[in-house]
Design a protein around this ligand. Sequence first.
Ligand code: MG
Ligand code: MG
Length: 277
Amino acid sequence: MAFGSPKIYKTPAELRLMVRPGVVTAGSLTAVRAAIRPGITTRELDAIAEVSIRAAGGVPNFMKEPGYSHTLCVSINDEIVHGVPGDRVVQPGDLVSVDCGADVDGWNGDAAFSVVVPDPTRPELVAARQELADVTEHSLWAGIAELARVPRLNEVGAAIEDAVDARGTFGIVEDYVGHGIGRSMHEDPPVFNFRVQQPGPRVKPGLVVAIEPMITRGGVNSHVLADGWTVATDDGADAAHWEHSVAVHDGGIWVLTAEDGGANGLASFGVVPTPIG
Ligand code: MG
Ligand code: MG
């Protein structure tokens, strides 16, 4: 991951330009989520995402990554992130993590979700995987809520860690972290999903970050598969991944890649998102 941008904080005008790519990214993920079912291939999900983004006037920004030619990453079960769409067929009971990004007019969105495909024959497996997905989503919202009220960015990671630990024994992947986002999908600063020593940059208007906890049922060590992309847990434990791109602006925070700006996800934390004016 390249952290190339020299400038962390966006101007108000630049923040306004980041609204549309967030909305287009969210719309694409909604379309994919509705299509996930046993029997569909990850390539078919990828096609749905690409059609959605292009119909909305965007470009799939994952395709701008050197050597990557897909709209999505689809990571299943023990795969953490960067799963490559292809012939793989989604099965009942699968834990499916979908990551997507759209570029609109040179500005980027980036978001991900995890869902469990229903399997009436394996209720315990489905429940365990759903719990993992829920813990991961909850930790994301805890981190976003923290962003709304702390002076320094790295407190977000502490909040994510605490939210995960409060729910049981899970692993927080450290090999991959969140990031600033703007003209490029991956910019400074890194956004940790765990407690670190340094305070990190100031949280103030203009900061836009993709927060993306990756949580496992077991260990946190990972390896890249033979395809050169897919990252899987070393111990074979399940992994989930949730992500949103979030802007800090003069009026508060706004979750760019949530269709409601994050209102629903933040409600239990007492945080009300404010649209970018
Ligand atoms: Mg992503
Ligand atoms: Mg990201």
